[in-house]
Ligand binder design. Structure first.
Ligand code: ATP
Ligand code: MG
Length: 326
């Protein structure tokens, strides 16, 4: 199965990580006998040229959409969405289809789909500056509608009254040109699950995410300055294992996820797990990203983490390959 690893200026902000991560994936795939190469596309013209050549069997994209924006995902409503183009041209690709990819990037739509399917999500409302906020109860949590890596998230995300809420919604609009997703504040523990494979062979592997207490300021939340700097720890989900497995399996089913996603959860005031988001292109940095760490927790090999990483990358690619008969 000849694989093209598609990335570009947004590869780190939107997708699995930077060029070094992309190269680790390429090496892993090659070592498993899947010829793999990296295609860095700077713009739409380069993206279409790559597809026209069609010298590969399947695409694995770090990008939801093609954009010069390196800093954050952005809405890019009118832009070129990778999975849309793949579907139009009937080109096989790894990961969820375009409808699901778009739903996952939009955290409000994710909540709506999950709530309609009976999967627990926080109470939520989408607000633009100036919108009526009378439905919001406090404390509330305010975040950009479609970002990742805790971009736009700090202790200021927790708001206690209408004035703080108004200020934070204005900040999100100004900084990201996105509506703000306002959720009930979930004060409990945080979990994340790697969901791997499809259909009856799909596995949900949940882990507890912790940060040493001294790193928190006012709230036990994963602020942007705590992410990507080696401060978060993943351990087995203990007493929450079955509950998180069930909720993630139901969520993956409701969203129509394919091959692999990572689902984030937190515990609400009443002690129940709620899904906060489904990540369609989770980070895949060897040793560091949560997905490889969780894979090792559950499927650690005697050979060590490097081998586990190879197996994880292989499992994702091969799950997609099986869907297409490649
Ligand atoms: N409703 C909430 N109540 C309390 N904390 C929250 C809530 N929503 C998010 N958080 C905190 O903010 C962090 C980032 O939120 P979320 O997972 O939605 O965003 P993200 O930036 O997309 O993350 P990722 O990099 O996982 O894609 C969470 O890990 C959690 O610690
Ligand atoms: Mg998250």
């Amino acid at each position: 199965m000849r694989i093209v690893l598609l990335t570009g200026p947004g590869g780190d902000a939107q997708g699995w990580g930077d060029m070094k991560v992309t190269d680790s994936m390429r090496e892993a795939l090659e070592s498993l006998g899947h010829p793999a190469r990296i295609a860095y596309v700077a713009d739409e013209a380069e993206f279409f040229r790559l597809l026209d050549r069609r010298d590969f069997d399947i695409v694995w994209s770090a990008l939801y959409h093609i954009t010069p924006n390196e800093a954050f995902i952005g809405r890019n409503a009118a832009g070129t969405w990778v999975a849309d183009v793949m579907d139009e041209r009937r080109i096989p690709y790894i990961g969820s289809d375009s409808r699901t990819m778009r739903a996952m990037i939009d955290k409000f739509e994710t909540h709506e789909i999950l709530a309609a399917a009976g999967v627990a999500v926080p109470a939520h409302v989408l607000l633009r500056p100036g919108d009526d906020a009378s439905a919001v109860t406090f404390p509330a949590f305010v975040k950009p509608m479609c970002e990742s890596r805790s971009v736009g998230i700090s202790d200021e995300s927790v708001v206690h009254d209408k004035a703080e809420l108004r200020r934070r919604v204005a900040f999100i609009g100004k900084e990201f040109d996105e509506p703000a997703l306002v959720e009930e504040f979930l004060p409990g523990d945080e979990y994340t699950a790697l969901v791997l494979g499809n259909g009856r062979t799909r596995e949900c592997l949940p882990g507890l995410v912790t940060v040493e207490e001294t790193h928190y300021h006012r709230y036990r939340i994963l602020r942007s300055d705590l992410r990507g700097v080696g401060l978060t720890r993943i351990s087995l989900a203990g007493a929450r294992t079955e509950e998180s497995r069930a909720i993630c399996d139901a969520a993956a089913e409701a969203m129509g996820c394919l091959d692999h996603v990572r689902i984030d959860m937190r515990v609400d005031r009443a002690g129940r797990l709620r899904i906060i988001e489904v990540n369609g292109i989770p980070g895949l940095k060897p040793h560091k990203s949560w997905a490889p760490q969780i894979y090792t927790l559950y499927h650690g090999s005697p050979e060590g983490e490097e081998e586990d990483y190879r197996r994880l990358i292989g499992a994702i690619a091969e799950a997609a390959g099986r869907r297409y008969g490649l």
